[in-house]
Design a protein around this ligand. Sequence first.
Ligand code: NCD
Length: 310
Amino acid sequence: MDFKNRDVISIKDFSKEEINYILNYTKKMVPYAKGEKHTDILREKILSSLFFEPSTRTRLSFESAMNRLGGRVIGFADPSATSQKKGESLADTIRMADSYADAIVIRHPQEGAARLSTEFAESPVLNAGDGAGQHPTQCLLDLFTIITERKKIKGNKIVLLGDLKYGRTVHSLAYALSLLGAELTFVSPESLKMPKEVINECKEFGVEPSSISNLERAVKDADVLYVTRIQKERFPDAEEYNRVVGMYKVDIDLLKHAKEDLIIMHPLPRVVEIDPEVDKTPYALYFKQAFNGVPVRMALLSLILGGKKL
Ligand code: NCD
């Protein structure tokens, strides 16, 4: 299996075997991600981190991953402090980042921006979220979290809840979970349903996702409840946002209907969709999930940048 210098734009860029390989390698990275073991397999390597949209976990865990591997990071967290402000094109910004580093991580509000960036870069490009498009590294950490808790993906009943229209994490995840044989249920406000193209991709793997509006019913026999934020920044109309925000809420009351070993995940940030009371319950896995971003991104960076195998 060869990952060296590969772009990571969509989870669809990986085969089932490649996904399993990355997830397996991630296990080895955990003690390094926790700082219990040390390595410098990416010494001398530089990662360019270009965030045109806000981020906490994705940016910091990419930085942590690169640092834990002995590499370095340059970049920006706010494009208003760059020459974008003077009118520079994305193409020119990418050309520069490419000449200063060995790999590029990019988050951008426009769908397709990461794919477009590969046209202007020799170095591998990793998509850290492109508008409502894809978020492949989040997807890998979501899969890693489910496998760690549940041993496997196949046969698990997984509910995807919230903004399924604009949420890029669920677009990547629905595809990957179908590829790996999970059972899917979608719960969302009527106006924020999973796009048809994504549903059709699931069907190609023989998965028939069910869509229901009653969250209690969906939660009853779920193994995993994956909650998402309503993506306010992608709404063309504030009134429509106000109508749907708060429509679904995960709280202690709802969990009375859940199986004892249900796990609740969320890519974070959460706003109102999970009551903080839930944090104290054994169902809450979202903070552990966020940590998993470090070992997953360590595994990917080391494979792509050709570090010595650990
Ligand atoms: C998500 C994103 O940016 O798509 N966050 C993340 O990367 N963990 C989810 C969100 O913003 O709602």
